[in-house]
Design a protein around this ligand. Structure first.
Ligand SMILES: [Zn+2]
Length: 82
């Protein structure tokens, strides 16, 4: 996965992820070092803030699940009535 994050000290995109820990179902905390200036360590938070599935309709139900959508029983997911 390529994410456009740059060194806060020198601006380089040449960063190395040292650790990446999944904090919650939708967020990850990573420790990133700059591989250009070798003088900057950053904590980077990544979070899924919106999910769109297949037909690209916003899925608020998915944001409430505590496991991946494909691992849930479709009959037990609350979907809004249209
Ligand atoms: Zn740097």
């Amino acid at each position: 996965m390529q994410v456009d994050i740059r060194c806060a000290k020198c601006g380089s995109k040449n960063l190395v992820v040292r650790t990446s820990d999944r904090m919650t179902m939708h967020s990850t905390s990573s420790i990133v070092y700059c591989n250009s200036c070798h003088a900057c360590k950053m904590q980077v938070m990544s979070e899924i803030v919106q999910v769109e599935i297949a037909s690209y309709e916003q899925s608020d139900a998915v944001m409430r699940l505590n496991k991946p959508l494909d691992e849930t029983d479709p009959n037990q997911i609350e979907m809004p009535m249209n």
